[in-house]
Design a protein around this ligand. Structure first.
Ligand SMILES: N[C@@H](CCC(=O)N[C@@H](CS)C(=O)NCC(=O)O)C(=O)O
Length: 88
């Protein structure tokens, strides 16, 4: 399962998202888009949202911290992890 977290330098929700992923033992790539106008516009186009973090799982934009937290609480995050480890 490939997880990408797009962040900026000052971003409490980014910290919360990374903390949750760390707690669940999920490896992720962090892409800091601070000051990168083109990358931020690309991110808005991909995700439809202007806030950070934006989190992608296997290339699919899932949203920000709130959506990640909802996936975690519903058990879907764990289910995706176990599906990914089965197919690895
Ligand atoms: N509901 C969003 C809230 C994210 C949010 O408000 N992020 C702040 C930074 S921590 C933000 O992007 N503010 C607007 C901006 O920086 O342009 C989530 O759960 O990720």
């Amino acid at each position: 399962m490939r997880v990408e977290v797009y962040t900026t330098r000052v971003c409490p929700y980014c910290v919360a998202a990374k903390r949750l992923l760390n707690k669940r033992g999920i490896a992720y790539a962090e892409i800091d888009v601070s000051g990168d106008h083109d990358k931020r516009e690309w991110l808005v186009a991909q995700s439809g949202q202007r806030t950070v973090p934006q989190i992608f799982i296997d290339g699919e934009p899932i949203g920000g911290f709130a959506e990640l937290d909802a996936l975690d609480r519903s058990g879907e995050l764990a289910a995706r992890m176990s599906r990914a480890s089965e197919s690895a």
